[in-house]
Design a protein around this ligand. Structure first.
Ligand code: FES
Length: 111
């Protein structure tokens, strides 16, 4: 089990959820009602699942693949510690993970 803390874009609210091992961060976020689109459902073709990872936790995650880095280049508001939530598998490395929802996120339907 991994504890995941979601921080809102404005930093005003946070939500703490328990994520079973083996789940992807995107699924956990969507189940918790966080505003992550995840349009391509993990195919690394949309970047709408972009989250900003806490700097300390970022160091502990397995490195992003080249494909993930390429998609992050297209993500709105990406930072040095940005990752795609669909590529983060929980239960491997962290007991607790803190991520922030980016201030702007692109929605593929143009909404
Ligand atoms: Fe599309 Fe993660 S869901 S890149």
């Amino acid at each position: 089990m991994t504890k995941v803390r979601f921080l809102s874009a404005d930093g005003e609210s946070e939500q703490l959820v328990d994520a079973p091992d083996g789940t992807r961060l995107l699924e956990v976020a969507q189940e918790a009602g966080q505003p992550l689109e995840g349009t391509c459902e993990g195919q690394m073709a949309c970047s709408t699942c972009h989250v900003i990872v806490d700097a300390g936790d970022f160091e502990k995650l397995p490195e992003a693949s080249e494909e993930e880095e390429d998609m992050l280049d297209l993500a709105v508001g990406a930072t040095r510690t940005s990752r795609l939530a669909c590529q983060i598998h929980l239960g491997d490395t962290l007991d607790c993970l803190t991520v922030r929802i980016p201030p702007e996120h692109r929605d593929m339907q143009g909404r």
